[in-house]
Write a protein that binds this ligand. Structure first.
Ligand SMILES: Cc1ncc(COP(=O)(O)O)c(C=O)c1O
Length: 477
């Protein structure tokens, strides 16, 4: 380990052990150089390392501030084996695994986890698919299958799923992944080296940020406006940074549910082409868009510049863990070689279930129905939150989420713990930002609650905010 890495490791442990907390400013460069008996440039390199890992933010004008404290759960005793870890490239933010615990929570108002409303699922169709699979195709269902995905499943996805998104691709352009998180991880393994610049919207999907950071990327965030990111800001960022890739969600983006206008989409694609930077287009919520809408990948000239990823987690069921990457066959081949090392292939049962559903002949009806339901829920939350004193981001018309602002003095992370004990769950905003500007914002997933539950839950949230602010020794930062 080099000197700066040793220092970064010590500071990292201090952060994890609570010596430094979120919002704290670290000691000055000079003080730290004295403390660790190293040069000031070594301290700066250590800070850069910690910034890349997502623990602190700093720039030439302001001292480093702690923005993220991955918790080592107190219930887990530390064994000496965890001390063997020689690398520090993978930060241990527990954001995604915490979200997964929220999925199992019995809280009455669970606005935390982003998933479809399972009561809307086409259970009869799924049941008959499962019955057929388990009784007539037993051997196939329980076997290994090709790493890139089962051929007939790739065909069904190309025809029935991507076709409906106006993407016309042959199955050899597809890799079936274990959720689109794996798609992001595979693409990052192939493309990102420590220190590379990745441009994303800000706020954006926290899981993507977590993966890019874990691969050592430095993230540049571009503000999300009511029509998506501003192309002029993107151009400015591209001209100033030698950028490795751009990650975008053009439709109903997580966490704001803002969609890009047609003009924004075209302008961003033109920029990516002229700066020779690939775009990862994440279309997880694209099924909510009107039938004629086009993903970036369907635009003229996009084939060589846009890698498209999608998932069945939002349209069908996240527990299936079926996602996909659409790209040129040579790239798909490279990604398949990486995937074989991780999980060999995506679960055969899940893939065949997705295929059966796609071929059931009823998916248009289902998509129409869920679009209507989710639009109504977004509408309800969008009207209610400002009335309760919480401004929301943008003007979403559909999607799973609203991104809402709590009083500035409040740390959403600290309030999250308080509210969770009182039956209300949400996702703290900090994790969705490329810096700490969203520490008093929250993401509320409203796709799983009917309008009545949204009313009751949000009213309760509002009461909790008041009680929390008034509580003696209130924890707002
Ligand atoms: C924009 C976006 N991309 C990807 C994912 C990951 O989904 P999965 O790995 O379940 O496919 C999510 C989940 O919330 C998401 O919101």
């Amino acid at each position: 380990m080099r000197a700066f890495q040793k220092v970064a490791e010590k500071i990292r442990l201090d952060i994890e052990n609570g010596v430094w907390r979120i919002g704290d400013t670290l000691s000055s460069e000079r003080q730290m150089a004295q403390q660790y008996q190293v040069s000031r440039s070594t301290i700066r390199r250590a800070w850069e390392e910690l910034e890349t890992m997502g623990y602190i933010k700093w720039d030439a004008f302001s001292p480093p501030q702690v923005i993220n404290v991955p918790q080592w759960p107190t219930a887990i005793a530390r064994s000496s084996l965890t001390q063997w870890n020689q690398t520090q490239t993978k930060p241990v933010s527990s954001f995604l695994s915490d979200l997964m615990s929220a999925a199992a929570s019995q809280a009455r108002f669970n606005f935390e986890i982003g998933m479809p409303d399972t009561s809307l699922l086409p259970i009869f169709e799924l049941e008959s698919v499962i019955r057929e699979l388990f009784t007539q195709r037993t051997r196939e269902v329980f076997s290994y299958s090709p790493t890139a995905g089962i051929d007939r499943v790739r065909e069904a996805i190309a025809e029935e799923f991507l076709g409906r998104r106006n993407l016309h691709l042959s199955p050899d352009h597809l890799l079936i992944t274990s959720g689109s998180l794996q798609a992001l991880d595979l693409l990052s393994s192939l493309w990102i080296r420590p220190g590379d610049i990745v441009i994303t919207e800000s706020p954006t999907f926290a899981g993507a940020l977590q993966i890019f950071r874990a691969h050592g990327a430095q993230i540049i965030g571009i503000d999300v406006g009511t029509e998506g990111v501003n192309p002029a800001q993107m151009k400015d960022a591209l001209s100033r940074h030698d950028t490795r890739l751009i990650y975008l969600q053009p439709y109903y983006q997580n966490p704001t549910s803002v969609s890009m206008s047609e003009a924004t989409r075209q302008a961003l694609l033109d920029l990516a082409i002229s700066y020779h930077v690939p775009i990862i287009e994440d279309d997880a919520y694209g099924f909510l868009a009107p039938g004629h809408s086009l993903p970036l990948r369907a635009y003229k000239g996009a084939e060589e510049h846009v890698i498209y990823i999608n998932t069945f987690s939002k349209i069908l069921a996240p527990g299936l863990r079926v996602g996909l990457i659409a790209g040129p066959p040579d790239l798909i081949y490279q990604l398949t070689q990486i995937k074989q090392l991780g999980d060999l292939h995506t679960g055969t049962v899940s893939q065949l279930l997705v295929e059966g559903w796609l071929r059931s002949g009823n998916i248009d009806q289902y998509i129409q129905a869920v679009r209507k339901v989710y639009a109504e829920r977004i509408q309800t939350a969008k009207q209610l939150l400002p009335q309760l004193g919480f401004p929301i981001w943008g003007n979403p018309h559909n999607g799973f989420y609203v991104f809402a602002e709590l009083p500035r003095s409040l740390s959403a992370l600290a309030f999250h713990q308080y509210a969770a004990k009182r039956d209300v769950l949400f996702a703290p905003g900090l994790a969705f930002g490329t810096d700490d500007q969203f520490r008093h914002w929250i993401r509320l997933c409203v796709s799983t609650a009917n309008p009545m539950a949204i009313h009751t839950g949000l009213a309760r949230l509002s009461r909790l905010v008041k009680a929390y602010k008034d509580a003696p020794g209130s924890f707002g930062l």
